[in-house]
Design a protein around this ligand. Structure first.
Ligand SMILES: [Fe+2]
Length: 189
């Protein structure tokens, strides 16, 4: 179970209304390598992964929901004062006619989220390698968004999130080592 704490994991600030940046950022909300995919992937894999690394998936999967909340806050702040004209100019006209300014789980190109973005192979090493790849792809996506952003306030939050992806990748790599070592250690009863 979870306890909800009514605060963001890291403060989210936004310099100006910028629906174009919101459109890019939604990739990390409902895209293939976004925070929703990450949270669902890790929390689902917990049930068949060896006990030694369940806690890791639990911790990181939970943190991904905190990141999803940060992305949602960023998108909200970037669009809340935008006019329909500004949304249209930013390429969010299609979104507006369907959702107004409500968030929805789709990627930057408007493709809706699908469970086929995530895998659960049941083989712990295969699953952990997928998790490492997911973290590296999420880190790269944050970098591409930062490269296109001229908002230092927003970038502060994005850099924090990029850093967390690096930490997660390292922790999943350690989990692989733990399981490999466990497999090769001679059992003495
Ligand atoms: Fe992550």
């Amino acid at each position: 179970m979870w306890y909800y704490e009514k605060k963001l994991q890291y403060p989210v600030r936004v310099g100006t209304c910028n629906p174009m940046l919101a459109k890019f950022l939604i990739e990390q909300y409902g895209g293939a390598d976004g925070e929703l995919a990450a949270a669902l992937r890790y929390l689902n894999q917990r049930y068949t992964i060896p006990d030694k690394v369940v806690g890791l998936l639990n911790d990181i999967g939970t943190e991904e929901f905190a990141h999803l909340e940060m992305i949602a806050t960023m998108v909200y702040k970037l669009t809340k004062d935008a006019t329909p004209e500004q949304l249209k100019a930013a390429g969010l006209g299609d979104h507006y006619v369907n959702h107004d300014k409500a968030l929805f789980y789709h990627d930057a190109a408007g493709v809706p989220f699908t469970a086929s973005y995530i895998q659960a192979k049941g083989d712990p090493i295969a699953d952990l390698y997928e998790d490492i790849a997911a973290e590296e792809k999420a880190r790269a996506t944050y970098q591409w968004i930062i490269d296109m952003s001229d908002d230092p306030d927003l970038n502060d939050g994005l850099k924090y999130l990029r850093e967390r992806e690096i930490v997660h990748s390292q922790r999943f790599r350690e989990a692989v080592e733990i399981l490999i070592e466990d497999r090769t250690t001679k059992k003495v009863f």
